[in-house]
Ligand binder design. Structure first.
Ligand SMILES: [Zn+2]
Ligand SMILES: [Zn+2]
Length: 146
């Protein structure tokens, strides 16, 4: 379990331990990917209580184990780039489906160059992409033509 070793290290480097609630939340994030706090709470119910989920997420955010992905005015959580390859997300405005977009070297270079132009050294970035997925587009065409 390479990922759990990384988790242990991230926690121990900051004087924290791997506890049962922390491991449960971590495994849910591994298994289900991007999800809201509410989804995490419902998935861990019976094992970890709500308050503990909030505490774990607060700690994970502080230590850079999870990151927030902004979707409109809300956000979801996923494991940080310690655990996942760099990627972006695209959200469907009709059905709220979120799809991961693979890393694109050219795009990353453009972003670095943009930051260079401002004299910033970039430590991280997020892109927010929104639109209508194929399923929703097809559905709206069908509705219009019938
Ligand atoms: Zn859709
Ligand atoms: Zn990127």
């Amino acid at each position: 379990m390479k990922q759990e070793k990384l988790l242990r290290r991230a926690l121990e480097d900051n004087g924290s331990r791997v506890t049962q609630p922390r491991l449960v939340v971590f495994r849910l994030l591994q298994e289900h990917g991007l999800q809201s706090i509410a989804e995490l709470i419902s998935r861990s119910s019976g094992t970890v209580d709500r308050v503990s989920v909030y505490r774990v997420i607060e700690l994970f955010e502080k230590l850079g184990i999870v990151r927030r992905v902004t979707i409109g005015w809300k956000y979801k959580l996923e494991l940080s780039e310690i655990f996942l390859d760099h990627h972006h997300h695209i959200t469907c405005l009709s059905c709220n489906k979120v799809v991961a977009v693979k890393e694109d070297e050219k795009l990353e270079k453009v972003i670095d160059r943009l930051a260079d132009g401002t004299g910033f050294s970039l430590s991280s970035h997020q892109l927010e992409l929104q639109g209508h997925c194929k399923t929703c587009r097809e559905r709206s065409t069908t509705l219009q033509s019938s």
